[in-house]
Design a protein around this ligand. Structure first.
Ligand SMILES: [Zn+2]
Length: 240
């Protein structure tokens, strides 16, 4: 529990060593930046206020520790503008790899783009996992499902919405590790043979049951996962 007048100091304490440039902010900048971001964390449901005290949830703490200040308190209009940019990509032919990376991209833009990608992709699946169908949200409306890149960001995968799928955190992990993949011609799930062959461990039965399952269809077919992206995933990430 944090007293309301101590919240700025608390936030500064968490991030000052991790993101040293914050230490050069003047007291006034810090005050403004903190207030702005704390308001945002409250709207996101990470901070609760009760009888003069704030409580930062576990997920809020890990979010603040994980993300530099640039990633926090991104404004709705910034995301909207970037959503517009990403949707424009749908008009052209699909390019699996990002062209943006070669140019200087500000850290802020990088996070705005990430958020816009998430907004577009998860909305197309109504926040349900494309593979297992799981979907849950907090009372504040924070959804568990994430936007996964089919060609991963580390491999310079594009933020074109056709390089995305909405997945729950478990399926996202299975997909990124190559344990699951999606056939590009039928949009059905394939499972790495080592797992199927293991057979005896009942804890993976749920995963094995996804075999041949058709993934959830998007609301607007223009946003369907790109065949080229799925093929790339099958060839380079899928364990086979
Ligand atoms: Zn799932």
């Amino acid at each position: 529990m944090i007293r309301s007048d101590k919240l700025n100091e608390f936030w500064f304490d968490i991030i000052k060593n991790r993101f040293p440039k914050v230490q050069n902010w003047s007291k006034r900048t810090l005050q403004n930046q903190c207030r702005h971001r704390i308001d945002w964390l409250r709207t996101m449901g990470f901070i609760r206020f009760d009888k003069g005290f704030y409580t930062l949830s576990e997920s809020g703490l890990s979010f603040v520790q994980r993300n530099p200040p640039e990633a926090i308190a991104i404004q709705k209009q910034e995301i909207k503008a970037e959503e517009h940019e990403l949707k424009k990509m749908l008009l052209g032919s699909f390019e699996p790899f990002s062209k943006l990376e070669g140019k200087a991209v500000t850290l802020r833009r990088f996070y705005v783009r990430d958020r816009a990608f998430r907004v577009i992709v998860t909305a197309q699946y109504e926040h349900y996992c494309a593979i297992c169908g799981f979907g849950i949200q907090t009372p504040q409306g924070y959804h568990e499902a994430e936007a996964a890149h089919i060609v991963p960001k580390q491999k310079l995968g594009t933020d074109d919405p056709r390089n995305g799928m909405c997945l729950c955190s478990t399926c996202h992990w299975l997909f990124d590790e190559g344990i699951l993949s999606i056939l590009s011609d039928s949009y059905s799930v394939i499972i790495a043979s080592y797992l199927a062959d293991k057979g005896v461990d009942s804890s993976v039965d749920r995963i094995l049951s996804y075999k041949n399952k058709l993934i959830r269809t998007v609301k607007n077919s223009r946003f369907s996962p790109a065949i080229e992206a799925l093929q790339w995933h099958n060839e380079h990430i899928f364990l086979g």
